[in-house]
Ligand binder design. Structure first.
Ligand code: HAM
Length: 425
């Protein structure tokens, strides 16, 4: 038997109803905040992620699905392509490619699959889905303001509330400007020098190339050493500190609770200033339901103009895992099961189904070869509210027997009154 690849999964009904419920709810929220949808390719040039996300990150150094795409002609040079492990780099690439700064501030959202070769476990997959948003534009359009950071965080609180997720924690930190980061990296290098020999091979390399990434280490033996390292907070200059304070003041004013986590540095290199994660207790080890932050230098790193930005991505798989709603509670059951009775009645039933569906009723259609008992069983099985019996006599009278399955009440209703009757409940 051929099975789906490791770390991937099929989303089946009725669970897909939960996913659709989430998609519809978040689209409503994005509309209220004037965000517009963007769809970028699911694969991009490998270089985009190397430059955007960072060579030394786990994502780029270990987790990408990359292949060499040779041209069709012998003379074509190969080109390295990668299934997107995240969507921020792609959105910023599109921003630059289509000169989206002409529109001032861009508020974009996306919903779609991402790919990382991680060890699969609950809440961690190799194909997973993100609901993300990015606010990006020239500083003159206000893209650098702490008001953007706070609005993004308030949007997230609203969004989680809207889909019915309670009990989340917003963890907040600032990782400062590139200059602050350089000072911090220097301090980390110094602090690591005497101890790094006892750490894992990855950390030994990171200590030289990108010390901040030492905080991504998951090796248990390294944790006591990592605990002794300094915090980025001590290295923020006045401007960075003022930005962070302004974000927190707006959050206080709008009543969004948060916990400061000085160790939160996020696993991607493009972040500056505000960095955050929302965690949820129901998720176990993979407890980050979403993550995000500011990335003021990313556009320039990808060859674009200065374009400060901030965004987030929700792990939709994890969001659905922490939902209180059940698939049943968001699935619409059929309003009516139409039971054609006897030879030639499929035609009449098809006409009726077409008429009723125009009223936005959910209609399931039986078959004229079924005995009435079998039609009743089928209507019961799918949870239809009514069964409509379409026999020769009914067709001749143009009035049909409509039975309410829960109460057993049966009435004859003229054709032109059927939809209204079924809509009444
Ligand atoms: P990230 O923290 O790498 O950030 O991913 C965001 C969220 O995606 C995580 O919090 C998690 O819920 C989900 N996620 C990540 N990997 C997996 C996986 N293997 N299986 C299931 N869910 C997963 C980003 O991707 C940034 N692009 C977010 C961002 C947007 N920052 C600024 N703008």
């Amino acid at each position: 038997m051929i099975k789906s690849p490791r770390g991937t999964r099929d989303l089946l009904p009725p669970d897909t109803a939960l996913w659709n419920f989430v998609d519809a709810a978040v689209r409503d929220v994005f509309r209220a905040y004037n965000f517009h949808e963007i769809r970028t390719p699911i694969f991009e040039s490998t270089e985009l992620f190397a430059r955007g996300v960072g060579e030394e990150t786990d994502i780029v150094s270990k987790e990408m699905f990359t292949w060499e795409d040779r041209g069709r002609a012998e003379s074509d040079r190969g080109h390295s392509l990668t299934l997107r492990p995240e969507n921020t780099a792609g959105v910023v690439r599109a921003y630059i490619e289509h000169k989206l700064w002409d529109r001032g501030l861009n508020k974009l959202f996306y919903i779609g699959p991402q790919f990382r070769r991680e060890r699969p476990q609950k809440g961690r997959y190799r194909q997973f889905y993100q609901i993300g948003a990015e606010v990006i534009g020239p500083a003159s359009a206000g893209s650098q303001s702490p008001a953007r950071d706070a609005e993004i965080l308030e949007l997230l609180a609203t969004l989680l509330d809207r889909v019915g997720i309670t009990g989340w924690t917003l963890e907040l930190n600032s990782i400062g400007s590139p200059a602050d980061r350089a000072k911090f990296n220097e301090a980390l290098r110094k602090a690591l020098e005497p101890v790094v020999g006892k750490m894992c091979a990855d950390c030994q390399r990171r200590a030289v190339t990108n010390p901040l990434r030492v905080f991504d280490c998951k090796v248990p033996e390294d944790q006591p050493i990592i605990e002794t390292l300094p915090n980025i907070g001590q290295f923020l200059d006045e401007t960075s500190r003022a930005h962070f304070d302004a974000v927190k003041q707006i959050l206080d004013a709008v009543g969004i609770p948060y916990t400061e986590n000085p160790r939160l540095v996020r696993g991607l290199d493009y972040y500056t200033h505000t960095a955050f994660e929302f965690t949820h207790g129901a998720l176990g080890a993979q407890n980050a339901i979403l993550g995000g932050g500011r990335y003021d230098g990313l556009s320039e790193a990808l060859g674009g103009p200065p374009a400060p930005g901030i965004g987030f991505a929700i792990g939709e798989d994890r969001l659905v895992l922490s939902l209180a709603a059940t698939a049943e509670s968001v699935t619409r059951k059929p309003d009516v099961y139409i039971a054609p009775l006897g030879v030639g009645m499929n035609r009449e039933a098809a006409r009726l189904a077409r008429e009723l569906r125009r009223y936005d009723l959910v209609v399931e259609l039986g078959d004229e070869t079924f005995r009435l008992k079998k039609s009743f069983e089928a209507a019961d099985k799918i949870g239809a509210r009514y069964i409509l019996i379409v026999g020769e006599n009914e067709a001749a009278a143009n009035a049909f027997a409509l039975k309410h399955l829960a109460s057993g009440e049966q009435v004859i209703i003229p054709r032109n009154a059927l939809a209204q009757r079924i809509l009444q409940k």
